[in-house]
Design a protein around this ligand. Structure first.
Ligand SMILES: [Zn+2]
Length: 313
């Protein structure tokens, strides 16, 4: 799958990295001043990748998603190496919402190291286990040290990590911390209909809406098109409740036809959709066909401008 995908943009000739993201885009003759931002990529520490088997036993959701040897994993260094190949100027990295706070911390430290090592190219979101003790402290520590928000959380798996449905135990404290700091929360959302797959959960539009409603003023990015939540922004009262909500495109090629992007920007607005590839699950090139259907200004917003604003890149 990975080898058959084409790069998002034409491969660039080697060049010294520019300090300013806009300069990078201009340097390659692309969308000057915009630059592709991939706002949903997963990375793991090298140690966790090397000993994946032992971590499978320690977390039910991690096991569900990563027990297949085909499930690709990369470190932050691997990610940065791949970015030029895929024409990506900046990434927002996420780890994995382990139910164990200590495992979250391991991944957060990996993200923090990368943020320090590759300034301007990567930002990172902290993962915490909201239902376990110390969630807020770990979040505060990670944000103070340089991460840019929290996610990708999967609230339905919160705490026990055993697939409890609809729990938001501990989430209010996390949400409050983020709201106070004006930083975003990225949440794994799922569609209520359609085919099953590992990682398809039950945090569907109703749960997403309830979360947004419970935390006015909190910026929330719902992954995977919010499971279709954007459609309800056509209802005026829902739209006003979702004023601080955004949607990312992660895994769209596995879920929807390429018309979904137009449907979202038409209903929710061009400022609401954020490109994220779910790399290494999918490469950015897999999204190009659908995104090319957007008008240039909307495409520039979706492919970079919106993410820069929301994640303060
Ligand atoms: Zn997700």
């Amino acid at each position: 799958m990975k080898s058959s995908s084409r790069p998002y943009c034409s491969p660039r000739s080697p060049e010294p990295p520019a300090q300013v993201i806009g300069d990078r885009a201009a340097a390659r003759g692309g969308r000057a001043g915009v630059g592709l931002v991939d706002a949903h990529v997963h990375v793991f520490p090298a140690e966790m990748i090397a000993h994946r088997e032992s971590y499978l036993e320690r977390d039910a959701r991690f096991c569900a998603l990563y027990r297949s040897p085909k499930a690709a994993t990369v470190t932050a260094d691997d990610l940065v190496e791949s970015m030029d190949e895929h024409g990506v100027d900046a990434c927002v990295m996420v780890g994995f919402p382990f139910a164990d706070q200590g495992l979250c911390r391991l991944v957060n430290d990996h993200l923090l190291e990368a943020v320090g090592k590759f300034p301007g190219r990567v930002a990172g979101l902290a993962c915490v286990a909201p239902g376990a003790p110390g969630a807020r402290a770990e979040l505060e520590r990670s944000l103070d040290a340089g991460l840019s928000g929290c996610g990708e959380l999967a609230p339905e798996w919160d705490g026990a990590g055993a697939g409890r449905r609809g729990s938001d135990q501990g989430l209010p404290a996390v949400a409050e911390c983020l709201r106070e700091r004006g930083l975003p929360l990225l949440v794994h959302a799922s569609e209520p209909l359609g085919h099953e797959y590992p990682g398809k959960g039950r945090f569907t539009p109703e749960a997403c809406y309830a979360l947004a409603r419970a935390h006015p003023g909190l910026t929330i990015v719902f992954g995977h098109m919010g499971g279709g939540l954007f459609l309800y922004e056509a209802m005026p009262e829902v739209r006003s409740t979702l004023v601080d909500v955004f949607y990312d495109t992660a895994a769209v090629p596995y879920l929807y036809g390429p018309e979904i992007y137009e449907a979202c920007v038409t209903t929710a607005g061009p400022e609401k959709l954020i490109f994220g590839s779910d790399y290494p699950l999918l490469t950015p090139g897999r999204y190009a066909e659908g995104l090319a259907r957007l008008d240039p200004a909307t495409r520039a917003a979706v492919e970079g401008g919106n993410a820069r604003r929301v994640f303060r890149l």
